[in-house]
Write a new protein. Structure first.
Lengths: 177, 177
């Protein structure tokens, strides 16, 4: 099957690094986290890589822009990205900082809503992109592999949810009865 | 195949309501949310229900207990459940309130860590339970159905993550540069 090499909208100015198949070692570091469930086999993570394209961002490049459309997930391979969100009063808060192996943009991939935060490279950053179209194709053609990809995203989101909910607790004034 | 009717550890005192196949309408209300991806067919959600058991909790019953082990997901069918978490200073905060169609316990299902919060029925509450063992079986036997189940959990977690991150923002003191 053929894999598109057209740059994603918004990434035209970035360096195109081709298929994630050129980044097998970096992607393996990401997918080996799947411990509680059956992990990726070598052929599965190599297949997974075929469905992703890679890009290179310079320091200061905006990878995702809060409030815009976009239905793809970003996996950071090298470098560092700041995740920032407008707090509703015009101030931009640093929500978190993501390094190699971190995911960005998974919320819009799943719910199709606008980007929740902006992601700016604070170092030269290479990253892989998984679009919803490619995810749908994996589900259609390799449903068992798709389960592992979805579990990987679920593990990431679980970790984020534990973290943000703990950080959110002080904002709750009332005690439970 | 046979489906276990042994009550889950911790639920021995609750009313056993049998397979979720008896709650097709309620479960359908939950699974029809899967709009951006291919949804559940009638036979798929009916199959999904076969893998879940249902229980009835009385007002005041603790369904999940913060800090304990447990690797199953709860889908609230009727009633209402308060989700409460110790804030680390001995105070119990009301994190959220969940009604019919809401999920509980998805974090431990995915990462195997201890229960993050306690869930107490504030009304007589019927609920369905999906264990990690059953989820693994679905992935093995019906991988395409498993894709949809995982997407459903992902959609729920995405919604929670948008909500808690927004609520957490005021706790971030420093502005991004």
């Amino acid at each position: 099957m053929s894999h598109s090499v057209t740059p994603l909208l918004g990434f035209e100015h970035m360096t195109q690094l081709g298929s994630a198949s050129g980044y097998l070692d970096e992607i393996y570091e990401v997918v080996k986290a799947l411990s509680l469930f059956e992990g990726f086999s070598v052929s599965e993570y190599s297949k997974f890589c075929e469905y992703m394209s890679c890009y290179g961002a310079l320091r200061g490049d905006t990878i995702l822009n809060e409030g815009t459309e976009g239905s793809f997930l970003v996996i950071v391979l090298t470098g560092q990205v700041d995740v920032m969100k407008n707090d509703g009063t015009g101030r931009r808060k640093l929500v978190t900082r993501v390094g190699p192996g971190g995911f960005l943009g998974e919320m819009s991939l799943i719910d199709g809503r606008q980007r929740f935060a902006s992601c700016v490279a604070t170092q030269p950053t290479d990253f892989a992109v998984l679009t919803r179209d490619k995810l749908n194709t994996i589900m259609l053609e390799y449903p068992r592999l798709a389960n592992k990809v979805l579990l990987l995203v679920l593990q990431l989101m679980t970790s984020r949810l534990r973290d943000t909910t703990t950080r959110m607790l002080p904002t709750i004034v009332s005690e439970a009865i």
